[in-house]
Design a protein around this ligand. Structure first.
Ligand SMILES: Cn1cnc(CNC(=O)c2cc(-c3ccc(F)cc3)cc(O)c2O)c1
Ligand SMILES: [Mg+2]
Length: 214
């Protein structure tokens, strides 16, 4: 059985970055994806926008939907203040296994709770599993046809408070039309589009930042 792309990405991290140095892990993944094999990480250009939003929100409790190889998990966790937690949900066990090792290599395992399973089942368990009251920031980057359902589920489970920020990747490419329509037209959100490019390409993509108004 040959290696998978996530496994080759992990090997590139272990070869080309310094253990315990998150920035070097981010750079190693970006180099691998730009020069060796494209992979669906949020990437460096959209990643800088993500960094800005994380720094602005300065979350005590953050949620990520869609871990993949842990690239955005590392980007977010490296900016979290001491004592804060990032919970990241991944459906695919093979991705979760790689992400766990990437997060550990970056030395961020104490700030991150990686949970395997379907987001639709796990979101209603966040309070009982992790004692979460509400999320200050949610980075949405999983299956594009789950964005709307999971945003509404977060509302219904009382996991959003006045001022909670949703940041959604890929709202143009591959696109999340029903989610965009919802957050841009709902009186419960103040939404703004950050124009960018699909990771490691010149195709248009962007992030949608939506503040929950309560
Ligand atoms: C299988 N799976 C596990 N997690 C997921 C969720 N992520 C995506 O689907 C995803 C896809 C793309 C993308 C793929 C092909 C293409 F031509 C253009 C864009 C980019 C992204 O940033 C993504 O987050 C999918
Ligand atoms: Mg994405």
């Amino acid at each position: 059985m040959g290696s998978t792309r996530p496994q080759r990405l992990l090997r590139a991290v272990q070869k080309n970055s310094t253990r315990g140095d998150p920035q070097s892990v981010i750079s190693a993944i970006d180099h691998f994806c730009r020069h060796k094999e494209w992979a669906m990480n949020v990437g460096d250009e959209k990643g800088s926008i993500l960094d800005g939003v994380v720094s602005e929100v300065n979350p005590s409790t953050a949620l990520e939907l869609g871990t993949y190889c842990g690239y955005s998990t590392v980007r977010i966790a490296r900016l979290l203040p001491p004592g804060s937690q990032l919970i990241t949900l991944e459906f695919n066990p093979a991705y979760a296994a790689v992400a766990k090792q990437v997060i550990a290599w970056a030395g961020l395992q104490d700030k991150v709770q990686l949970v395997e399973g379907p987001s639709g089942d796990l979101i209603p368990q966040m309070k009982e599993l992790f004692g979460v009251k509400s999320f200050d920031l949610v980075f949405i980057d999983h299956w594009k046809d789950r964005y709307l359902a999971d945003a509404q589920l977060l509302e219904e489970c009382g996991l959003l408070r006045k001022g909670s920020v949703l940041l959604a990747d890929n709202v143009i490419c591959p696109g999340t039309p029903e989610y965009l329509e919802y957050v841009r037209n709902s009186p419960r959100y103040e939404s703004r589009y950050f124009k960018s490019h699909l990771e490691y390409t010149q195709a248009e993509d962007g992030l949608e930042k939506s503040v929950f108004l309560g």
